[in-house]
Write a protein of this length. Structure first.
Length: 368
């Protein structure tokens, strides 16, 4: 039998997250605007605002006078009140960033990884880089909500398990989320690197980025999918293995075991010194993806791509213009991520913040 008040803590947490999520997207707000956006009663909003002020998450920022009567108090988010750490795991090394409550990067650190690194070696480097990051930024560790990790796939996001990371021998069914939480003593959000990256783009671009994809070229090729205003992970939370779609059925064997994958054809072109051909092959793959998903935004990212930014942008844009049927109607915005090398780590940190303080306007509710 339910006890009196059962679920009240959950409702308080949910309502607080709901208000913080809206506040992050609104520079200034008052009680009535939050009530209108959330459907909460003015009395409930007043209690939430009081709790958030007490916790230091928001603060009064003046008053608004509207005719006769008591002026309305205006509030704003306190960006420095909470932080999150994001980790981008790449084969050469790890990149860590510290973000504030608005998702802005306030500090970064890097550490190399040994070739064919083990889970223990990865967590050693992450722990050391975290200590350096906190020392440099002088942030109170108690204000850190958690750590997000953007990891090479295939990956089981739902269970926090790296299933078989391509080109890494020691990563078969590794429970990385559990290992990281035990080692780092913080809540850990584990996701594919590309899904973390597309989350960062959605935060940065807002409601216009309802359907988009982030294409990452960095020791492999992947795609982070953002469909219908939320990250799309698929039935087994392993969506995004874009580089392992076949372009040539009798082509060279790929690391995934199939022949003629986009990734192996692209990499062979790069090894031969023909970056333009590599970019052209990527463009063909992108058009295939557009024909399947009909997204409106393609964002290019990844260290290998950024080294030849203009070539990739030119070739992918040309493929979209000339190979998409009725490109005049099926319009697509193609761009390079403005977050550069931070896009994965920043997105991983934003996922942590969203899990704690959901952003309903983008994610359909807390925790997406």
């Amino acid at each position: 039998m339910d006890t009196p008040g059962a679920g009240l803590g959950y409702l308080r947490g949910y309502n607080d997250a709901l208000v913080v999520g809206l506040a992050r997207a609104t520079p200034r707000f008052d009680r009535s605007s939050i009530a209108a956006a959330t459907g909460l009663t003015p009395q409930a909003v007043s209690k939430v605002l009081a709790r958030l002020v007490g916790d230091g998450l928001i603060e009064p920022a003046g008053v608004r006078r509207q005719g006769v009567g008591k002026p309305a108090t205006i509030y704003r988010i306190v960006a420095a009140s909470r932080h999150a750490i994001g980790v981008h795991v790449a084969r050469p090394g790890v990149r860590l960033v510290l973000t504030d409550l608005l998702g802005a990067v306030v500090a970064g650190a890097e550490a190399p990884l040994p070739a064919d690194f083990t889970p223990e070696e990865l967590l050693d480097r992450v722990d050391a880089a975290r200590a350096e990051l906190l020392h440099r930024s002088v942030v109170d560790p108690a204000r850190i909500v958690g750590i997000g990790i953007g990891m090479v796939g295939p990956l089981d996001h739902a269970n926090g398990i790296v299933r078989d990371a391509h080109r890494l021998r020691h990563w078969h069914d590794v429970a990385l989320r559990e290992l990281a939480e035990r080692r780092l003593a913080l809540a850990v959000h584990l996701d594919k690197d590309v899904t973390a990256g597309v989350t960062a783009e959605a935060w940065r671009r807002g409601a216009e980025f309802r359907d988009g994809v982030l294409i990452m070229v960095e020791s492999g090729i992947g795609a982070g999918l953002w469909l219908g205003g939320a990250a799309y992970r698929g039935a087994h939370t392993n969506a995004g293995e874009f580089g392992h779609t076949v372009l040539q059925f009798d082509g060279p064997r790929c690391v995934c075991g199939r022949r003629g994958c986009l990734e192996i054809l692209h990499d062979r072109a790069v090894e031969a010194g023909d970056v333009r051909l590599a970019a052209r092959l990527l463009g063909i793959g992108v058009v295939n993806l557009l024909q399947t998903t009909d997204v409106g935004h393609v964002v290019l990212a990844g260290a290998d791509l950024l080294r030849h930014r203009d070539v990739y942008l030119d070739e992918v844009s040309a493929a979209v213009r000339h190979q998409v049927p009725r490109a005049d109607w099926l319009t697509v915005d193609v761009s390079v991520s403005a977050l550069g090398g931070d896009v994965i780590a920043a997105g991983a940190a934003m996922q942590v913040l969203n899990a704690a303080y959901g952003r309903p306007s983008l994610h359909g509710g807390p925790g997406q």
